[in-house]
Design a protein around this ligand. Structure first.
Ligand SMILES: Cc1cc2nc3c(=O)[nH]c(=O)nc-3n(C[C@H](O)[C@H](O)[C@H](O)COP(=O)(O)O)c2cc1C
Length: 207
């Protein structure tokens, strides 16, 4: 029974271009995997604990191979629960708006919480080894089109960061969809959304 974790990083809901394409993916995927399960992690409506104080001290204690204090362990229970949602998934689906050429801060907050040694990766003399075996689909929505006036090597810290983070946690089978020009007028927006939906459905038919 395949299990999908859907991480929703846009607060725009009904107006969101990334969520519209993600929903098209989910509808097709559910049709193909009626026995599958979907866990939705909406970063705007999920309690994300601050990563400071005891939680941060616990991270450094664990890195130093020291036992965690009770307070540190308590602070880590929410982090472990969030990471477990990633560990369970066979497929990760992300709806990601571009904000200031990178990902929204709530999604980065989630990544900073769950990206922990022995939860999503190990660390040894060979370096960092990701523990996730899932595949991933990333839907990147943008107001402009990256390229030309916005060269990707300078402006794209969205799809590239997603690929870097996924690789860090072991996910290398990554499919990225772009839904661009959302702020370039209703016609270009509608055309980009229609293409994004079509690409998402086609991908869901293959995964
Ligand atoms: C805070 C904020 C920052 C944004 N920064 C960028 C940006 O740097 N580049 C860009 O192309 N679009 C930018 N946009 C536009 C969004 O990427 C665009 O509206 C996209 O459709 C958002 O995805 P969503 O519709 O799934 O929420 C920004 C929007 C917001 C709200």
């Amino acid at each position: 029974m395949p299990h999908l974790l859907y991480v929703e990083a846009s607060p725009r809901k009904d107006r969101s271009a990334s969520i519209a394409a993600a929903h098209a993916f989910l509808e097709t995927w559910r049709g193909r995997h009626p026995e599958g399960s979907v866990d939705t992690l909406d970063v705007w409506n999920t309690q994300l604990p601050d990563f400071d104080g005891e939680a941060l001290a616990g991270k450094y204690a664990a890195l130093a191979g020291e036992p965690l204090s009770l307070a540190q362990d308590e602070a880590w229970s929410a982090i472990r629960a969030l990471a477990e949602r990633f560990r369970r998934a066979d497929l990760l689906l992300f709806a990601v708006p571009m904000w200031n050429y990178t990902i929204p801060y709530r999604l980065k907050h989630l990544f900073d919480l769950v990206s922990q040694k022995d939860l999503l990766f190990t660390f040894d003399e060979r370096g960092q080894n990701g523990l996730l075996k899932a595949k991933a689909v990333v839907i990147n929505a943008r107001g402009v089109q990256i390229g030309d006036d916005f060269p990707a090597d300078i402006y794209d810290h969205q799809s590239t960061y997603m690929a870097t983070w996924l690789r860090m946690v072991g996910v290398t089978d990554v499919h990225q969809i772009l839904v661009e020009k959302g702020l370039m007028g209703p016609d270009l927006d509608a055309a980009a959304r229609a293409q994004g939906r079509a690409e998402a459905e086609a991908l869901a038919n293959r995964l």
